[in-house]
Design a protein around this ligand. Structure first.
Ligand code: MN
Length: 213
């Protein structure tokens, strides 16, 4: 039985236009995200088979595939909710987002500094990757990560709360090679209420991880 399933989009394909075209959203969700869900389920089956047969010749590849597909599934599941056609602006201007706005200012010095760092991290990914705002539970602060593929270059224990997909499939049909234009446009659709909700949940969970004395 499949453990993971493709979540439905919280809006229709055209909801994020003109920042992201309906064609991109449809392909991105129905084909790309779906492939990561299938990949995670298939890999878990292959690992069960390896345990049954005590056949460990492919263990390195299977563990890599698990990290890749599962991280792809998780990041896309966050990505769809991080965006809304009614989004954008700055978090301190939004209702119910005050704690997040304060945490951003405290962790990065200013909102402008944070925005510049996340924009740069996402726009300069080499090959395929993501720019990620994450809650880091040991310091209790927010950090920006530049993730390779879906799973590389990320700190253990940190929880993604705002993710910018910088893979070509996320923008190429509309923005061609102008990745930086796409990332800059992304700020117009950020759903700050969703990011704030994820921040509160990550903080509560992080405090219970017993990482800090
Ligand atoms: Mn993607």
């Amino acid at each position: 039985m499949a453990l993971y399933t493709l979540p439905e989009l919280p809006y229709d394909y055209a909801a994020l236009a003109p920042v992201i075209s309906p064609e991109i959203i449809e392909l991105h969700h129905d084909k790309h995200h779906a492939a990561y869900v299938k990949g995670a389920n298939d890999t878990l089956e292959q690992l069960a088979e390896a345990r049954d047969k005590e056949s460990w010749g492919s263990i390195n590849g299977l563990e890599k595939n698990l990290a890749f597909h599962l991280s792809g599934h998780i990041l896309h599941s966050i990505y769809w909710h991080n965006m809304t056609g009614d989004g954008g602006g700055e978090p301190h201007e939004k209702d119910g987002v005050g704690e997040l706005a304060d945490a951003i200012a405290e962790s990065f010095g200013s909102y402008a500094g944070f925005k510049a760092q996340l924009t740069k991290a996402a726009a300069t990914t080499q090959g395929s990757g993501w720019g990620v705002l994450a809650y880091e539970p040991l310091s209790g602060r927010l950090i920006v990560e530049q993730v390779y593929d879906h799973q590389g270059n990320a700190g253990q224990g940190s929880t993604p709360i705002l993710v910018f997909d910088a893979w070509e499939h996320a923008f190429y049909l509309q923005y061609k090679n102008q990745k930086v234009d796409f990332i800059e446009a992304m700020w117009q659709v950020v759903n700050w209420q969703d990011v704030a909700k994820r921040y509160a949940a990550a903080k509560e969970h992080g405090d219970s991880l017993l990482l800090a004395p």
